[in-house]
Design a binder for this molecule. Structure first.
Ligand SMILES: [Zn+2]
Length: 254
């Protein structure tokens, strides 16, 4: 477990003093920075970009550490050990800027709120949501901003079970169903994922949800000019997950 999580896990286990929690997080981050461990390449950039360092020093980490932290947060959430929400101190720290440690491209579905799913708070996650978690040029631009400007080391594409957008794409595929307004554009964007799993064994709906995540991850890893380079330089890691509505757990699928 990353040291900064211990303070959060500790607080969930019965540490009531928010001020003490915050101090512990900052002390841990300072130690990591001082010893040189836990400082990603992006960290030094963030530190020089903003006089006085990043607003949340504990968010400065390598892509692998970011994934470990994200999944540990999901474990706390899924097991009912989420950290009690306390906003005042984070809000003050974040007036000067932001340095989220992970970027989530998720579905707009009201049942899948990333900050809850990963037990994080303001300033931790840079979130983009669109029904069906697929890519448009605007979404690519937003993800590029997180990775290249904010130096966020991790991007997770987050699909989920029972995704209505994928369900619509399956209906469009099966019955040539036409949806009103602009909804058809969403179904059309997801159609390739439905077609690609046509001969795959197992549950068709679940396969399409996973395929959509995997395809989006693959496109992002190869997306020129910024993301492909950040990935090959190992400054950014891009992964895919599927959230279970029933268990609250995120399975890594790409
Ligand atoms: Zn959805």
């Amino acid at each position: 477990m990353h040291p900064s999580h211990e303070s959060r896990a500790g607080s969930a286990a019965g540490e009531p003093d928010a001020g003490k929690r915050r101090l512990l997080k900052l002390a841990t981050a300072s130690l990591l920075a001082w010893s040189g461990t836990g400082m990603a390449g992006s960290a030094s950039a963030a530190a020089t970009r903003q006089p006085g360092g990043p607003p949340l020093p504990e968010n400065v980490m390598t892509p692998d550490d970011a994934l470990t932290r994200l999944m540990a947060g999901n474990e706390r959430y899924a097991t009912g050990k989420s950290t009690p929400l306390e906003f005042s101190e984070e809000r003050e720290a974040l007036v000067s800027g932001q340095n989220p440690y992970a970027c989530i491209l998720g579905c707009s579905d009201s049942r899948v709120s990333p900050e809850f799913c990963f037990d994080e708070q303001h300033g931790d996650l840079f979130v983009v949501r669109i029904a069906g978690n697929y890519l448009t040029i605007d979404i690519v631009a937003t993800l590029e901003y997180a990775a290249a400007v904010l130096h966020t080391p991790l991007i997770m594409v987050l699909g989920h079970g029972s995704c209505g957008a994928i369900g619509a794409a399956i209906k469009a595929s099966d019955g040539n169903e036409q949806f009103p307004g602009h909804i058809q554009a969403m179904a059309s964007a997801l159609l390739p994922s439905v077609r690609m799993i046509k001969d795959m064994p197992g549950d068709r709906y679940e396969n399409a949800i996973r395929m959509n995540v995997a395809r989006t991850v693959d496109k992002l890893r190869r997306q020129p000019p910024l993301l492909s380079r950040l990935v090959s330089d190992e400054k950014v890691r891009i992964v895919g997950g599927v959230y279970s509505l029933k268990t609250g757990r995120v399975d890594l699928v790409a």
